[in-house]
Design a protein around this ligand. Structure first.
Ligand code: IMP
Length: 183
């Protein structure tokens, strides 16, 4: 089986390949820009993007919309994560949390799969924002996010380790369960 992953993020592609290939599912990347609307939830952003793409792409595909939600910032950057990462980077998050003792945060991922109908799969991982960046793997906010129960940040983990516990790995897992039951 082959799955088209619409994304311009090579880090997401790497995670998807490492997750799906051992299951005999080949992932190929489709680099098509789609609108990421300003909305209150990742689900709305993912759904809008998928429906927009569905009018332009003739075969099944999936996309992923993710965000980092920081408790002390009332869930910011959340749906604005891509913009905040582009403008301030992970150092901006460290700066916003300077002197803050509540470092709790979670990552959430929404996968939208389109095959003539739309299906959403979500995953979440709780953790905390470190005080210093650590590690060189992964992408985005990985160097400053340490999942609960682990001493390493996502950027200090291998892709396989990150996939086992991450928001995206969990969304992939829900997606695979659905594929097994429905295909
Ligand atoms: P989007 O899903 O590409 O819109 O991601 C929003 C922002 O969160 C981007 O800046 C990503 O770099 C960041 N992001 C998404 N997923 C992850 C992740 O697994 N680790 C670290 N940063 C992430």
């Amino acid at each position: 089986m082959r799955l088209a992953f619409v994304t311009s993020n090579p880090g997401k592609v790497e995670e998807a390949r490492k997750y799906f290939e051992p299951l005999g599912i080949k992932v190929y990347q489709l680099r098509v820009d789609y609108p990421e609307i300003q909305a209150d939830t990742l689900e709305d952003v993912a759904e809008y993007g998928a429906r927009w793409l569905a009018e332009r792409i003739d075969w099944p595909f999936f996309l992923d919309d993710s965000g980092l939600f920081v408790e002390a910032l009332n869930g910011f950057p959340g749906v604005y994560s891509a913009y905040v990462y582009k403008t301030l980077g992970y150092r901006g998050i460290l700066k916003l949390l300077e002197g803050e003792t509540n470092r709790k945060a979670y990552f959430k991922s929404v996968i939208a799969y389109w095959d003539g109908e739309l299906y959403l799969f979500t995953g979440r991982v709780n953790g905390e924002i470190t005080t210093e960046p650590r590690g060189s793997g992964g992408f985005g906010f990985d160097p400053v996010f340490k999942p609960d129960g682990f001493d390493k940040t996502f950027a200090e983990m291998t892709t396989e380790e990150k996939n086992r516990i991450s928001h995206r790995g969990r969304a992939f897992s829900a997606f695979v369960e659905w594929l097994k039951e429905n295909l």
